[in-house]
Design a protein around this ligand. Structure first.
Ligand code: 5AD
Ligand code: SF4
Ligand code: FES
Length: 357
């Protein structure tokens, strides 16, 4: 890599030793291409190996309801999309899917849905309790903005982690894309989740309309400030049945740079190679796993429902069943010289705290 620019190399190496960078520098790194980008991603990959090791964690994703009361401009589940057929799994169905997950070797499931108030806090609490007691799974929830008491109840039932992406930390873009949501409510909830002792995940999309490298650098700084345990970063993929159907989607290169920089800024973070990236590039997930990512979230949603969870179009794995995806992912991971992790993959920060006297 003889053509790597000296100033870029300096910036990356500063991050590598835990020093901070200005927002301008982060924006410049996000825009790097060619051998500069290779260098950035290689350094992130090396840091991932050093801090998180060779193992890739699998999280089984159960998309249990595609009902959503929000109207985010980018998302196919928005309430304004009346052409989408809606479904909601029963508690028993979720449990059966999770049981299959256990037989396939999963130790974590992620329960995800749109913002669906018809799923009561008690309903979800009962599901969490069963998954913990009967299957001993690590449970991650991703059901959007709810009240403090609801988050607290699920935590008491044993929910381990919560994903609430911030989507964009740019106030003007946030306002434009979320007609019925308020930025301060989002950050308030992220603070609650932290206070309740969840392992907290957040994250953003790359390539949202109006977002440039400077704006995206703000997202990375936001994630670092929150000191999240998990960060999901994927490209925006335009959905034809939304108001953003005709806008360009996020860029593969910029997304990979954002993944790499997240690793450098948050060495211990769990970083998924997102399905969205795998959906816009045939090697998207592989490339992310070689740019700092250490997690994959294969889909466990039962087949008839799978294609109805259409956040964005052309999602991968729509016709594949959970055991096929499990094999496929295993193949991808071993082809990269990596191994599937054999533990539930709690945050190393937490494991460290637990080990303290
Ligand atoms: N492209 C990519 N990701 C999307 N999401 C929603 N809509 C899209 C889209 N069009 C992501 C958001 C949200 C999650 C449910 O899916 O980040 O948090
Ligand atoms: Fe609903 Fe989430 Fe989609 Fe927004 S991004 S419309 S809250 S499912
Ligand atoms: Fe589903 Fe490869 S992960 S087919």
């Amino acid at each position: 890599m003889k053509n790597v620019s000296i100033s870029l190399k300096k910036m990356v190496l500063r991050l590598r030793i835990g020093k901070s960078l200005s927002r301008e520098d982060l924006a410049a790194l996000l825009e790097s291409g060619g051998e500069n980008a290779d260098f950035l991603r290689c350094q992130a990959d090396a840091l991932r190996q050093e801090v998180m090791g060779n193992r890739v964690h699998l999280r089984g994703l159960i998309e249990f309801s595609n009902h959503c009361e929000r109207n985010c401009l980018y998302c196919g589940l928005r309430r304004g999309n009346t052409s989408l057929e809606r479904y909601r799994l029963s508690g028993e169905e979720v449990f059966q899917v999770a049981r299959t997950a256990v037989t396939l070797g999963y130790q974590t499931v992620v329960l995800q849905s749109g913002e669906d108030s018809q799923v009561s806090a008690d309903d979800l609490a009962r599901i969490v309790r069963r998954l913990k007691r009967e299957l001993d799974l690590a449970v991650t929830l991703c059901v959007g903005e709810r009240d403090y008491e609801e988050y607290a109840l699920w935590r008491r039932e044993g929910a381990d982690r919560y994903l609430l992406k911030h989507e964009t930390a740019d106030p003007a873009i946030y306002r434009r894309l979320h007609p019925d949501m308020i930025w301060n409510r989002r950050t308030q909830r992220l603070a609650w989740l932290r206070k309740l002792g969840y392992q907290v995940g957040s994250g953003c999309m790359v390539g949202l309309p109006g977002q440039d490298a400077w704006s995206l650098a703000g997202d990375l700084i936001f994630l670092r400030t929150l000191d999240v345990e998990m960060a999901g970063i994927g490209p925006f993929v335009p959905h034809p049945a939304t108001p953003l159907g005709n806008t360009p989607g996020g860029d593969v290169e910029m997304t990979l740079n954002a993944v790499a920089l997240s690793r450098l800024l948050l060495p211990q973070v769990h970083l998924p190679a997102t399905t969205a990236l795998g959906s816009i590039h045939p090697r998207g997930r592989q490339m992310a796993l070689q740019a700092g990512a250490n997690v994959v979230m294969p889909n466990l949603t039962p087949k008839p429902y799978r294609r109805l969870y259409e956040i964005y179009p052309d999602k991968i794995c729509l016709d594949d069943d959970p055991s096929h995806c499990r094999q496929c992912i295993q193949g991808i991971i071993t082809s990269l010289g990596r191994r599937v992790a054999d533990d539930p993959g709690h945050s190393p920060k937490l494991v460290f705290h637990k080990a303290m006297p």
